[in-house]
Ligand binder design. Structure first.
Ligand code: SAM
Length: 338
């Protein structure tokens, strides 16, 4: 603990609670022991990412070596499933990387290189599913006098207000999440996420970077923020003691701008997971009833697959996740045909 009486900002407290020596994300059970991401929900998700990698491969002119970077890889579930879903002729040219703070799991496919940060030069697809929401941020709150102050937290989750927010953090709030002066309004200062995303995108020489997360944009920020915890499948009070995940939704519009170098010819694009997966052929359409009599086993399999696709694209659920597409030196591979 640092600061007077163990009080400190949420950013430092979260950093220790999630990534410290005994941090939540260093536990052997991994993220899948506590919540379900799209990666865990269905192999259809990895299939769609594999298809996206193939689109990027085509846009790059089928390079001799094609990179796939699973950024914030958990236990490597996505990269493993993507390798399995790729056509053999693409898999043979693919260099697969898992980027993770936690240690490499035993038994992981030997083709996967396990790294603490992205490779310096990527030609291909860098895919970050539910990474940025776990990049620790400060929380700010308006006090009774209308001043925006840093929220300080103790190891047991108790909060109090600290010093006024100033400098680059105040500028970020003014630009991306202005607090209107009403007591109790809160915001999460996304600056470290902008920096993290810009630095990941900067590694992509040519190809596509994608961030997928719960997100909001400037037209609809949540007035009291989104900080929450998850433990063993349940949402819980956020306490920075290493016992639970600590997460806040992502200001992805700010990340998009930070990830776009000045004078870049390629514009970033935000779309919903529903739209992105539809563009990649995951629709949730039910199989034709006639199949039930001609091939009952195939019908049952197709029905199960349609159920999984429906979960991945559901309004009010995973379908509402946002995909930030950041093309580098190629056209947006999911752009609708003109
Ligand atoms: C919510 S989990 C997502 C895991 C996986 N992408 C999925 O969708 O199932 C977030 C993961 O990000 C990892 N992480 C957070 N910051 C990271 C960083 N800077 N570099 C590498 N991994 C990071 C955490 O250790 C954790 O495993």
């Amino acid at each position: 603990m640092t600061g007077s009486g163990g009080w400190r900002g949420w950013r430092a407290a979260t950093q220790d609670a999630l990534y410290g020596t005994d941090g939540f994300y260093r536990r052997p059970e991994g993220p899948a022991g506590h919540f379900r991401t799209s990666v865990h929900a269905s192999p259809l998700f990895a299939g769609a990412v594999a298809r996206l990698l193939c689109e990027v491969d085509e846009a790059l002119g089928r390079p001799a070596s094609l990179d796939f970077v699973d950024m914030a890889a958990g236990r490597g579930e996505l990269v493993t499933a993507v390798l399995a879903a790729l056509p053999a002729h693409v898999a043979a040219r693919t260099r697969a990387y898992a980027v993770e703070i936690a240690a490499r799991p035993a038994g992981l496919d030997r083709r996967v290189e396990w790294l603490p940060e992205p490779p310096p030069e990527v030609t291909g697809l860098l895919f970050a599913n539910e990474w940025l929401d776990n990049v620790p941020v400060e929380v700010a709150e308006v006090d009774p006098a209308g001043t925006v102050r840093r929220v300080l937290v103790r190891g047991d989750g108790a909060e109090r207000l600290g010093e006024p927010v100033s400098g680059a953090e105040a500028e970020w709030l003014a630009r991306w999440w202005p607090l209107a002066g009403e007591e109790g309004l809160r915001a999460e200062i996304g600056l470290p996420r902008d920096t993290a995303w810009a630095s990941a995108v900067a590694r992509v020489r040519r190809g596509l970077a994608v961030a997928v997360d719960y997100a909001h944009t400037a037209d609809a920020r949540p007035p009291f923020g989104t900080l929450t915890g998850y433990r063993e499948g349940r949402e819980t009070t956020p306490v920075p003691d290493g016992s639970c995940d600590l997460t806040t939704h992502v200001a992805l519009d700010a990340c998009a701008q930070a990830g776009t170098p000045a004078h870049s010819p390629s514009a970033p694009r935000l779309l919903s997971q529903r739209e992105a997966l539809h563009a990649l052929g995951v629709t949730g359409a039910r199989p034709p009833l006639a199949l039930a009599s001609t091939d009952p086993a195939a019908y049952v399999r197709a029905l199960a697959s349609a159920g999984e696709a429906a979960e991945l694209t559901a309004a009010g659920g995973l379908g509402d996740f946002a995909w930030l597409l950041q093309p580098v030196g190629i056209a947006d591979p999911l752009a609708p045909p003109r």
